[in-house]
Design a protein around this ligand. Structure first.
Ligand SMILES: Cc1cc2nc3c(=O)[nH]c(=O)nc-3n(C[C@H](O)[C@H](O)[C@H](O)COP(=O)(O)OP(=O)(O)OC[C@H]3O[C@@H](n4cnc5c(N)ncnc54)[C@H](O)[C@@H]3O)c2cc1C
Length: 394
């Protein structure tokens, strides 16, 4: 550098994070184009109707449902960061319920089949799920047990070479449309944490009852079900992973679920921030754009700092996760912080929009309603605080 050169801040740089390569960037562009062209135009309609099932085979055809799964099962063989790219880009559909329905399929219900499943289970469920020919859901929560997973009452009783399942699950995303469920049950009441077992259950078996479609505050494009299991008979081959180890298996699953939830929350916050920035530059009051009031500028500065902090937490934790660590404390921190700041950002963006922020037309109130779920689903804020606190031996 010559002595006469002047260093100026680079505010317009691409800021590609070091976990991402050019291939990730290409993937990002191709998902982005698909989301903007084929999904976003339907966002309003799907808020009323829930999103249609054709989205699964279409995304399967494009390879987006198996980004991180091996090619031998029809996946793309990508690394963990590809899953983050998908979660982030799906927020551009402006349709939180759609992103959630897809994420439950790709990053919540199918990872345990890939990690713990038998070869036959992978052929029967993972392969069609990657194609989008079968839709997956995940059943942990029950009417009487959410945060306290160990308190579930759904029982699977051994009867000859079959299991008989009885119980109920609630708030199940994709529950009405799913072809199969990854189900958490208790198989041995006396065994404590070693008394849980996962099953893969076909949703068309006798005794599987899809009770009602639940009405929600947000995420309207997703379907959310109350399910009952009434003497549902499944063969031993329906056990997923080890009998008695289901609690540990599902706790592992929840870590990936929380990472994806955190990545989606940061991306959704960035999305609503960007739209609000544009609005603030165009909207005038007292003879100037509202962005020229210091108070508004400070709001953006605060929001941008929070988003950037959350993003760094998510990416650094994802890097640990992708490199074989099991960083439960950091995942919990990232999930907690990203969910909280995303809600704060959405709330502030409503404020900056004024009355327009309260109107459906601007799609800020919907983001606010949709994001509120992040502080509850996949483990509440309080559960995250418990996990973090206990990780210090408290
Ligand atoms: C739209 C939506 C979609 C969902 N999708 C799915 C799905 O696909 N599959 C699935 O299995 N579940 C799903 N869930 C369930 C979700 O994971 C649970 O709602 C969540 O884990 C909280 O459980 P709960 O609702 O029973 O709340 P509760 O456990 O009853 O908690 C109530 C309150 O008590 C607090 N609390 C509980 N325990 C403690 C504690 N130890 N210390 C301090 N505070 C505590 C909680 O933080 C919360 O504030 C979904 C939920 C929603 C709303």
């Amino acid at each position: 550098m010559a002595a006469t050169d002047v260093l100026k801040p680079d505010h317009a740089g691409s800021r590609k994070h070091f976990i991402f390569t050019d291939e990730h960037q290409q993937l990002r562009e191709s998902i982005h184009n698909f989301v903007v062209k084929e999904l976003r135009p339907h966002a309003e309609e799907w808020e009323e109707t829930t999103f249609p099932n054709w989205v699964f085979p279409r995304m399967g055809e494009l390879g987006f449902l198996g980004l991180t799964y091996p090619e031998e099962y029809g996946g793309q063989g990508g690394d963990y960061y590809c899953a983050l790219v998908l979660a982030e880009e799906m927020t551009n559909a402006n349709c939180g319920g759609l992103g959630m329905g897809i994420a439950v399929h790709t990053d919540m219900a199918t990872p345990p089949i890939h990690l713990f499943g038998t070869e036959q289970q992978k052929q029967d469920y993972l392969v069609p799920a990657i194609k989008g020919a079968k839709i997956a859901c995940l059943g942990i929560t029950e009417p009487d047990a959410g945060s306290d997973v160990a308190a579930i009452k759904t029982r699977a009783r051994k009867d000859g070479d079959e299991y008989v399942i009885n119980g109920s699950k609630t708030y199940i995303t994709n529950g009405h449309r799913a072809d199969f469920i990854v189900l958490v049950t208790k198989t041995d009441d006396a065994a404590g944490y070693d008394g849980f077992t996962l099953f893969i259950v076909d949703m068309d078996l006798p005794g599987v009852i899809r009770e009602k479609k639940l009405q929600k505050m947000g995420m309207h494009a997703s379907d959310t079900a109350l399910l009952a299991f009434d003497d549902v008979r499944v063969p031993e081959s329906a056990v997923l992973g080890q009998v008695g180890k289901g609690f540990y298996h599902i706790m592992w699953e929840l870590q990936g679920e929380r990472m994806i939830g955190a990545a989606g929350a940061v991306a959704a916050a960035q999305n609503v921030f960007d739209r609000t920035l544009q609005y603030a530059q165009e909207r005038h009051a007292f003879g100037r754009p509202i962005s020229k009031f210091q108070v508004t500028r400070f709001k953006f500065a605060e929001m941008a700092t929070k988003i950037e902090t959350a993003r760094q937490m998510v990416y650094t934790t994802a890097w640990r996760f992708a490199n074989g660590e099991y960083p439960v404390r950091e995942i919990s921190m990232a999930k907690l912080y990203a969910s909280r700041i995303a809600c704060e950002v959405a709330d502030e963006c409503i404020q900056i929009h004024g009355g327009a922020g309260y109107m459906k037309e601007y799609n800020v109130e919907r983001v606010w309603r949709d994001l509120r779920l992040n502080r509850i689903g996949a483990g509440t804020d309080e559960v995250m605080l418990e996990v973090i606190g206990k990780s210090y031996g408290l």
